[in-house]
Design a protein around this ligand. Structure first.
Ligand SMILES: Cc1cc2nc3c(=O)[nH]c(=O)nc-3n(C[C@H](O)[C@H](O)[C@H](O)COP(=O)(O)O)c2cc1C
Ligand code: SF4
Ligand code: SF4
Length: 246
């Protein structure tokens, strides 16, 4: 089984690429973290978790999942995928679980609140480069190789995580940051994809109902009308993995 958490598609893309090589089934982790399905790992089953890196740590939903995970399988690997470097996201995971292998890979940065989203051409180049790295990772997973294969930690990775991740843990995405413009056509997508059910459509428009969310940027990035924004995101554009079918 390959589980993934995603806001803008990169983790799903990576999970599916790995599955093409290993033959494992893929599944969005929200089935367990949001939709109350019970996670049962078959005896001797291989488990792979693909997670984006947030604030040099991991999304709150992934953390919640790891806190309750009892690995009963023969092999458990975590693939951390990021925009630039993973920091010590691995160390955050290892507070809760002992994976047999950890991989780190640079995908495409989706963090439009802070960075300009790259052009379609640049994105395609990055995804081509990512494909090569995933092929190596998938091979190691198929052979169930054990160890720390994360070469994307970056400099001062422990310090970066120690400084930045607690801010995310405390504040996450604050509801007051998001707003929807009159371009909203009440399609309901943002409400249905939010991994923490933080959005409700009221009077034909999304309302952010929780003080804190996972900040996956799925609502903002995947809205078909680009109606959702937060501070600064308007000028930076939006990213959705162009090769993924949701
Ligand atoms: C809230 C948030 C925080 C992020 N923090 C980091 C970070 O600390 N380091 C990094 O390299 N990328 C960071 N990113 C970029 C994502 O890890 C990266 O774009 C990833 O591929 C997104 O995966 P997804 O498309 O599956 O959602 C962040 C993205 C978000 C939304
Ligand atoms: S996804 Fe966009 S268009 Fe659809 S309901 Fe949400 S804000 Fe409106
Ligand atoms: S409100 Fe938007 S950014 Fe926050 S978790 Fe939900 S979909 Fe992601």
């Amino acid at each position: 089984m390959i589980l993934y958490f995603t806001g803008t598609g990169n983790a799903k893309y990576i999970a599916e690429k790995i599955a093409n090589v290993t033959g494992d089934e893929t599944k969005n982790i929200v089935a367990y973290t949001r939709d109350n399905e019970k996670f049962l790992q078959g005896d001797g089953e291989r488990l792979i978790l693909v997670s984006p890196v947030y604030y040099w740590g991991i999304p709150e939903s992934v953390k919640g999942f790891l806190k309750t995970l009892k690995t009963a399988g023969r092999y458990f690997a975590i693939v951390l995928e990021c925009g630039g470097s993973t920091g010590n996201a691995q160390g955050v995971c290892e507070r809760y679980v002992r994976p047999d292998a950890v991989f780190g890979v640079v995908a495409v940065d989706n963090f439009c609140p802070m960075f300009k989203i790259e052009s379609a051409e640049e994105t395609e180049k990055r995804l081509d480069a990512l494909d090569e790295k995933i092929a190596v990772i998938a091979d190691k997973i198929r052979n169930e190789e054990k160890g720390d294969f994360n070469a994307a930690k970056g400099s001062f990775y422990k310090l970066n995580t120690a400084l930045l991740y607690p801010i995310y843990e405390k504040f996450g995405g604050r509801k007051t940051k998001f707003s929807a413009s009159d371009d909203c056509v009440n399609c309901g997508l943002c409400e249905s994809i939010c991994p923490v059910s933080a959005i409700k459509i009221e009077n034909g428009k999304p309302v952010w109902t929780k003080e804190k969310c996972d900040m996956c940027l799925g609502c903002l990035s995947r809205c078909p009308k680009n109606a959702i924004s937060i501070k600064k995101s308007l000028k930076n554009g939006r990213y959705v993995n162009p090769r993924v079918k949701f």
